[in-house]
Each structure stands twice: as C-alpha cells, then as structure tokens.
Design a protein. Structure first.
Length: 225
C-alpha cells in the first residue's frame, strides 16, 4: 500500500486545500488565519458537552428553505448523525461537508440520517446546500441555542474576521447577529432512542475534522451490537 493511501481521505484533501490557499491568499493573511487556528487549538482542547451513553436533547430547527425539522421525527426513522460546522465562509467546512456527502449513500444504506447544523441564517444554509449539491438537511441554529448543548461555542477572532473582509468575505453577512459566535466542529451519532453512540471533536483547531471513515465505522459497530 502506498503512503498516500494510508492517509485518511479528509487529511489528504486538507493538504491539497492548504496548497491551494497558499497559492491564492497573501502570505500575511494566511498567517493571520493559521495563527488563529493554532491559538484555538491551545485554548479549546476538550469541547464536547455530551459523552457516549448520554441522552441527547431534542430540538427543532429550520432547514435551508425554512421548513422546521424535528430531531424526534428523524429518530423515528433510525440513528441520526449530527455534525456542527462553522459556516459557508470556512473552506475547511466546505471540504468536510463535501466529504460527508460522499458517504451519504452508505449512511442511508445503514438506515441512518445525517444533518449539518450551523448558526448561519437559512439563506446562507441554502447557498451552502446548493453550492455543494448536499443531499442532507442543513439546519440553521440561530444563536447556537442547540449547538451549545452539544459542543463549545466560541467567538471568531476579530483579527480573522477583519482579514477575511479584506479578501472580500463578509463574515457577518452569513448571520442574523453580530456576535461572531460559532460552534467548535463536532460529530455526534445518536441511536434511534436519542442516546449518544459516538461523540468526537478535534478541538478548537478547525482545520482538523472527524474523518468520514470514523463515522461509518462507529455506525456499523453500533448496529452490530
């Protein structure tokens, strides 16, 4: 087996993305973003609010076309995988949601549903869903009211927001408030009764994400018990 084949899918694609970003973004701007991620890695190590075996809180949130999606309705169909992400403006979120989309047929074949949640407004969620042809629900959690029960909420650094603005990315346009609050990325798998089967976050460093293969392995293992 070649060395490249030993590297997990998202990790491979992240390396490719970082090469593209290095070619596109001024060195000074890239340094601001990387310094921010490095600091978040130090500041936020243990970020999950739920552990395996915990009962997850039920919630209802609007999807990209403002239809209310109830967690209980999804649980009535089987296990549910929830991922919390930062936003449409984050290239690492775009990358990982595309990776999760590619395993969606496997998730569905195992009788599970997949949803992605951010604090973006529905219009921004719709842009995310359409741009990447996502076939799972993308839900809007205004004020991170749901996310804070599952993962840690942080304030996106002013320096990173201002640097993105210089590059033409208006962070605030994706949200209905000016709080700069975003969830630390995480993945939670619930069984049909709403109990946590799997919970993982790579901490504050948003460049690191839960690999698609880990999700499938955890789901298959839980269903085999």
């Amino acid at each position: 087996m070649s060395k490249s084949n030993q590297i997990p899918v998202y990790e491979q694609e992240k390396i490719q993305l970082q090469a593209v970003l290095a070619a596109m973004i001024p060195k000074e701007s890239l340094a601001v973003f990387n310094d921010d991620a490095d600091q978040l890695a130090l500041d936020y190590v243990s970020t999950l609010k739920l552990s395996v075996g915990d009962q997850a809180p039920l919630f209802q949130l609007p999807n990209a076309v403002n239809k209310i999606i109830a967690l209980q309705d999804l649980l009535n169909e089987g296990p549910v995988i929830i991922t919390f992400y930062r936003g449409n403006w984050c290239p690492y979120c775009n990358l990982i949601l595309n990776a999760y989309q590619r395993i969606l047929p496997d998730i569905k074949a195992l009788g599970a549903n997949f949803i992605a949640i951010s604090s973006q407004n529905p219009d921004s969620s719709l842009d995310m869903q359409a741009k990447h042809a996502l076939q799972f629900e993308v839900l809007s959690d205004s004020g991170n009211q749901v996310a804070k029960q599952f993962t840690t909420i942080i304030q996106n650094a002013v320096e990173a927001v201002d640097e993105a603005q210089k590059l033409g990315v208006d962070f605030y346009s994706f949200y209905d408030d000016q709080s700069r609050e975003v969830p630390v990325p995480a993945v939670i798998i619930l069984d049909k009764n709403g109990k946590v089967l799997f919970a993982k976050s790579e901490g504050g460093d948003y460049r690191l994400r839960v690999e698609p293969s880990e999700i499938l392995t955890a789901l298959k293992l839980s269903l085999s018990k």
